[in-house]
Design a protein around this ligand. Structure first.
Ligand code: NAD
Length: 353
């Protein structure tokens, strides 16, 4: 993942020699955020319990420059580990969470403990450490289903889907969504009560290289890529006409860094981060099949899953206005880059087996 030159030039000043704490930094988005921070000259302190990640990527980076990257193996529920991680930092990028809607349905209490109470622990540690700003990862799942979903008579299944705006009332449909909404409420309350600066970024289906493809809870892009590169049919839950606002990871990274750098007041707002465009799951399967060199492999259909929303599309006007955010790259470029990563991993695994 590469950020555009003009964005790097804008961010260099705010991040050069800055001390930044990243929770969940061994994870998918965290790894890319840390690449960007190190490239901008920041010193980074990471906490992760490695419950959904490995040290493969961070380990290599620490070897390259141990003075610029510190790793604490611990949980965000552990106050002492958090205090150690945040010492001397003036910005926290809070990404640690138990992700995935289906996982939260299987383990609701764990989702709530880590995502809701964990965010409170992170906020409290930030307050103790005198951190001035927190950028916290939330999720489009807080919206639930749009009230005006497409009309049933529409042949394409597309119809008119109203983009979700931050003024819309959230309606979580899973423990994961509920836990993310609770995290947002905590960020806003801590900003109002304790004079912190902060925002929650509502990410819409982020994808890119290094996203976990292995577990039963893998997100749709890595799951499809992994199946197609093995020559297997990707599994679609439902009729495939459900749609998502897929967001290349570079856009999520840019949003985190812009929120950490802006001189505008951040008082706990929740802000949509996406492309502002919709792709159906069937279209996605076709794009990935083409990029994988397997255009003739057809998807297999299974029953729709509990907790999954039908359509998800963002209005990104607030991110543009408040953060000067613009989505980066095209869907085709980002899919090609992502599939190239999984092809490389797949080929290397084949050589070593
Ligand atoms: P990820 O699972 O790859 O990264 C999360 C990291 O948090 C992992 O490294 C995991 O080991 C760590 N973690 C989990 N519990 C922890 C704990 N108790 N203490 C310390 N570390 C812990 O997920 P990601 O895709 O990189 O997501 C990052 C953030 O963005 C999460 O908050 C997620 O909810 C949010 N988000 C992601 C997406 C997406 O599409 N990837 C969409 C919406 C929101």
């Amino acid at each position: 993942m590469k950020l555009p030159v003009d964005l790097v030039a804008r961010l260099k000043g705010p991040y050069d020699a800055r001390k930044v704490c990243v929770t969940g930094g061994a994870g998918f988005i965290g790894g890319h955020v840390i690449d960007a921070l190190c490239g901008l000259g920041s010193t980074v302190s990471v906490i992760d319990d490695l419950s959904n990640s490995t040290l493969d990527h961070l380990g290599e980076m620490i070897e390259l420059d141990p003075s610029r990257l510190r790793f604490i193996h611990g949980s965000i529920l552990d106050e002492r580990a958090l205090d150690e991680t945040m010492r001397g930092c003036d910005l926290v990028i809070h990404l640690a969470a138990v992700g995935s809607v289906p996982r939260s349905i299987a383990e609701p209490q764990r989702s709530m403990a880590v995502n809701a109470m964990g965010t409170v622990r992170v906020l409290e540690a930030a307050r103790r450490a005198g951190v001035r700003r927190i950028v916290s990862a939330s999720s489009s799942s807080v919206y639930g289903d749009t009230p005006n979903a497409p009309s049933a008579g529409d042949a394409s299944g597309a119809g008119i889907v109203t983009p979700r705006s931050e003024t819309q009332l959230p309606a979580p449909m899973s423990p994961y969504a509920a836990s993310k909404l609770a995290g947002e409420a905590a960020v806003r309350s801590w900003c109002l009560c304790y004079g912190m600066q902060g925002a929650s970024l509502r990410f819409f289906n982020v994808f890119g290289p290094r996203q976990s493809a292995d577990s039963a809870y893998a997100a749709v892009v890595p799951a499809f890529a992994a199946s197609l590169l093995r020559g297997q049919s990707p599994v679609i839950f439902g009729d495939g006409q459900q749609s998502r606002d897929f967001t290349p990871v570079a856009s999520a990274v840019a949003a985190c860094l812009l929120a950490g750098a802006t001189t505008r007041e951040l008082c706990g707002q929740a802000i949509n981060i996406a492309r502002g465009e919709r792709t159906t799951i069937l279209e996605l399967a076709q794009m990935i099949a083409l990029a994988s060199g397997a255009p003739s492999i057809q998807p297999t259909f299974r029953d729709a899953r509990a907790g999954d929303v039908r359509h998800s599309l963002a209005n990104i006007a607030m991110a543009r206005a408040l953060l000067d955010y613009t989505p980066l790259g095209t869907m085709n470029e980002a899919i090609a880059e992502t599939v190239a990563f999984y092809r490389h991993t797949h080929n290397s695994a084949g050589q070593h087996s």
